[in-house]
Structure formats: C-alpha cells, structure tokens
Design a protein around this ligand. Sequence first.
Ligand code: AP5
Length: 210
Amino acid sequence: MVNIVLLGPPGSGKGTQAEMIGSEYGWPQISTGNILRHAIEEGSDLGKKAKSYMDEGELVPDDLVDEIVKQRLGKPDCEGGYLLDGFPRDVHQAKALDSFSKIKLVIDIQVPDEQIISRLSGRRVCDCGQTYHIQFNPPKGEGVCDLCGKKLIHREDDQPDTISHRLEVYHRKTEPLIEFYRGHGVLEVVDGTKHIDDIFEAIKSKIDKL
Ligand code: AP5
C-alpha cells in the first residue's frame, strides 16, 4: 500500500502535483483544504466552524480535521494507497495520522517565500479540483476550466495579507514536520521552483523507487 503525504508551504504546488500523481497512479487525492471549502459551500456544521479560521489563514482546530481524515482514509478507495495534500499540518496531526495509518513516503516540495505571493495571487481554481495560474499554467479558455467549463475562482484566502499570515503559520506549525518525518526515515525533498512537469518527474522517480 502506497500512502503518501505531500508537504510544503501554501502555494508550493501540492494540489497541482496531487492531481498529476492521482491521474498517473490512480490513487485518491485527499485535500483537507478542499474538504473544508466544500463544507463551507454546503453550509454544514463543519463548514460553519471552519470558515473564520480559513478566512484568516489560521489552521482549523486539530480535533475537527483529524476526525475527517480518519473517516476518509477508512473508505474502500484508500485500500490500495492514497495521497494526502494539506494534512498533517502540525505535529499533533502527524501523531494522530500515525495512530490510524502508516505513511510510506513524505514529499516535501520546497519553494522560497518570495515566490509564494506571486503564485497564489495568480492562482485560479475550479470547483472540480483543477488548479491554474494566470501566467505559469493558464487555462485555454478565458476564465473557465479546461476540464469542466465552469467559471474559475480566485480563492478568498489568496489575498496578499492572508497569504503572508498563512506563510507565517506554515513556518511556525507545519515546517517542524520536515524534521519529524526525516526522523521517521520517510522524507524526500523536491525543488518546487522548477517547471511543473519537471517536479512531477522528480516525484515519480521517488515513488517508483518504493
Ligand atoms: P489548503 O487548501 O490546503 O491550502 P495550502 O496548503 O495553503 O495550499 P494551497 O492550496 O494554497 O497551495 P498548493 O501547495 O496546493 O499549491 P497549488 O498547487 O494550488 O488550506 C487552506 C486552509 O484550510 C488553511 O489555511 C487552513 O485554514 C485550512 N486547512 C487545510 N488543511 C488543514 C489541516 N490539515 N489542519 C488545519 N487546517 C487546515 O499551486 C499554487 C499556484 O502556483 C497555482 O496557481 C499553480 O498553478 C501554480 N504552480 C504550481 N506549481 C508551479 C510551478 N512549479 N511553477 C509555477 N507555478 C506553479
């Protein structure tokens, strides 16, 4: 079973690479950010609790997120392996994950802070999960998704002030996971400043060695 975690700062390309890896290997991609955004759209209890944290670029409380992931990983489509994007986000979540699943590979996508602001301010996303960048990875049609034709969205938390705060939260809470997983002997690092296709090749070579 190939259970993989994608680590990296906001905007490092976790979602972009998760889409590509998921299509190549047929594993489900589990993005806690997407699950939480859908919960907000549906107006569920979870969405109501998560919204203010997400709007401010704070992490949603661990107890809410741990339970969602535990339930999701228990579904039959995860039996052959899965990709986690956006979870774990701190050491508490990593320990919770250890208690209900075994991680085989953690890929840390490294991108310096200076590049993050331009990546996130130019990002456009679709409901279907596809991600674009107005300059680096533009859709073929003006403002609509290549895959499903829906109108693309500029995420609320992709505004400069919120991006800076998300980066600060990343360095304080999520970055310590690099050493945590290095200590578990499962960490691999890729240079996230390269072209999307080159990063994908680098990740594939690490997966194929498993
Ligand atoms: P989440 O949705 O997980 O956001 P994030 O981690 O901040 O990551 P992003 O989705 O912003 O970026 P990404 O790394 O996926 O980059 P992407 O591929 O889109 O979380 C949002 C919020 O939800 C959190 O702030 C928190 O409140 C909450 N949350 C989520 N999970 C949680 C958890 N476990 N615990 C608690 N709270 C949680 O790429 C970015 C842009 O760059 C795109 O436009 C893309 O086209 C472009 N791009 C990608 N690769 C390249 C490249 N190589 N070169 C040039 N451009 C590129």
